[in-house]
Design a protein around this ligand. Structure first.
Ligand code: FAD
Length: 492
């Protein structure tokens, strides 16, 4: 490559958080970056919706690993974008049908006391589990999450070799539930830890026990809430990108990509040396990148999707906190329905996120903004209207019973996000929340690599790309991608 740094241009397709992460990193290295986004705003799945004094973060609600955002915001040594967050003392409130209730705290001693008091789970079981989760993190983080799995260089490093010697400890051949059943006395504790599979849209009865690493993110590093809400992560990244000179073209859907010589021509009029695809790889393979991506990428086994109701509630509930989980009575049946029968269970686990518990101006005084989510199957020709209406009824019955009041009487306004809408708004294949499913133990290796081996200058980032979905991993995918670009284009 003979380019001077100042000549190098890049186009990023999509202003999701992975696209923003890549754009910031490349711009900080002196590349001229243009982001083309089909929607009229940035953030992708990290959306926002407001009405009548209620504000909702429409996508992600749980924020871990804030250091990845901090790193991006100070990448050029300037602290010119304000982004503040608090660490949560109480991570979540958990409710079971039989009246059992517990609070998961950041403080591990308190957490163990709570498991013992509410679920009679011996403290040593929790200690052993969290220690194992930490070991899994130490073994997998540098190899599986921070580097490309498709570059020989990754396997030649001493860190990777060490990790490979310890691979037996990540329990790749067991499933999460099987390992959790061996570790805990109380089935409710098993259910509590099985739920972490949903953090990347997996099925705990199928996904490898390696995913038992996920609790370490929450209990080892903590859970956080941005002072201005989750959407402020995207706001801050967008501002940083603007400060670094990134150009954004909104309401610009990329429908055509050509290559002439070594340059990419997008929509017939915008040229660049580097093209980064942040749109879902299956949608790209069927659409603008059909001549550049193998046809086998046109489909993949997606992660689960979700159905979310945004309810403006006209009163406060003291027993609820920022994150609340109302468990189903038969977790195995729930996942069987989501992943095999492709339907929402009639007793779904209900997650209620209330950002007004931390950011009081997210709801009118004396009211709460409920984000009510159930796990849903990906889009596969279902009768969604029927399933959504039934799910709404089942959610209302379940939560009303547990809170001892008819919730339907307190809903002042309603808005919803469905798997089909997630698919149409963000181009997410079949409405998957987290790209491809992690249920297969080889999932990490099957995901789209961060670069194209056939087309120089073409790269990928985002939830459908290595290392996968969720805020921390999408931000890391932007890093892995730009590290490879820096090497290929000698951007040192
Ligand atoms: P996206 O956000 O999907 O961005 C892709 C962008 O590309 C979009 O803006 C899209 O409009 C654009 N695009 C697509 N096609 C084109 C085209 N042809 N031309 C131009 N632009 C195009 N993660 C967590 O960490 N914690 C959570 O609690 C959590 N909860 C979630 C709840 C919900 C309801 C959802 C939907 C997701 C949740 N996630 C959560 C997952 C997380 O939001 C995603 O993994 C992450 O935001 C994906 O970012 P991305 O950059 O890969 O893609």
């Amino acid at each position: 490559m003979t380019h001077q740094k100042k000549d190098i241009t890049a186009i990023v397709i999509g202003a999701g958080i992975a696209g923003l992460s890549s754009a910031i990193r490349l711009a900080a290295k002196g590349v001229h970056v243009t982001v083309l986004e089909q929607q009229d705003t940035y953030g992708g799945k990290m959306g926002v919706w407001e009405q009548d004094g209620y504000r909702y973060d429409t996508g992600p609600s749980l924020f871990t690993m804030p250091q990845y955002v901090d790193e991006l915001l100070t990448i050029d040594g300037k602290n010119d974008v304000t982004f503040e967050y608090d660490e949560l003392e109480n991570i979540g409130n958990y409710f079971w049908e039989d009246g059992t209730q517990m609070t998961a705290t950041k403080d591990v001693e308190q957490l163990k006391d709570e498991f013992l008091k509410q679920l009679s789970e011996p403290k040593e079981n929790i200690d052993a589990y969290l220690a194992d989760s930490k070991i899994k993190f130490e073994i997998t983080n540098h190899v599986f999450l921070e580097k490309s799995l498709h570059k020989l260089k990754t396997y030649l490093s001493w860190g990777t070799v060490k990790s490979f010697f310890r691979l037996s400890k990540v329990d790749i051949f067991k499933n999460m539930n099987a390992q959790n059943e061996l570790r805990f006395n109380n089935p409710k504790t098993v259910q509590f830890f099985n739920r972490y599979a949903t953090y990347n849209g997996s099925n705990p009865y199928q996904a490898s026990a390696t995913l038992n690493v996920i609790p370490h993110y929450e209990f080892g590093f903590g859970a956080f809430f941005p002072k201005k809400g989750i959407r402020s992560i995207a706001d801050a990244l967008y501002q940083k990108a603007i400060h670094l000179g990134v150009i954004f073209q909104f309401s610009t859907q990329v429908s055509k990509v050509e290559k002439i010589g070594e340059r990419y021509i997008v929509n017939g009029d915008t040229e660049s040396d580097i093209l980064i695809c942040n749109m879902d790889v299956a949608s790209a393979a069927k659409g603008p990148l059909k001549n550049f991506v193998s046809s086998k990428r046109k489909k993949y086994e997606p992660s689960s999707s979700a159905l979310i109701f945004y309810w403006g509630i006209d009163r406060e509930f003291k027993e609820l906190d920022l994150h609340n989980i109302f468990f189903s009575s038969d977790y195995m049946k729930e996942f069987e329905n989501i992943f095999h029968n492709r339907k929402i269970d009639n007793d779904p686990t209900v997650y209620i996120h209330i950002s007004s518990k931390c950011k009081v101006d997210d709801a009118p005084v004396g009211c709460e903004n409920w984000f009510v989510m159930v796990n849903a199957p990906y889009v596969a020709g279902q009768d969604w209207e029927k399933m959504i209406n039934e799910a709404r009824e089942n959610i209302l019955i379940k939560v009303s019973k547990r809170l001892g009041t008819d919730i339907s009487r307190h809903i002042r306004l309603e808005h919803k996000l469905t798997p089909e809408l997630i698919q149409s708004k963000t181009g997410s294949y079949k409405g998957a929340l987290y790209g491809s499913s992690s249920n297969d133990r080889m999932a990490a290796f099957l995901r789209q690599p961060n670069f194209s081996s056939g087309h120089k200058g073409l790269y990928f980032c985002g939830g459908s790309v290595h290392p996968g979905g969720g805020i921390p991993l999408c931000l890391l995918s932007g890093k892995i991608t730009t590290d490879i670009i820096a090497h290929d284009f000698k951007l040192y």
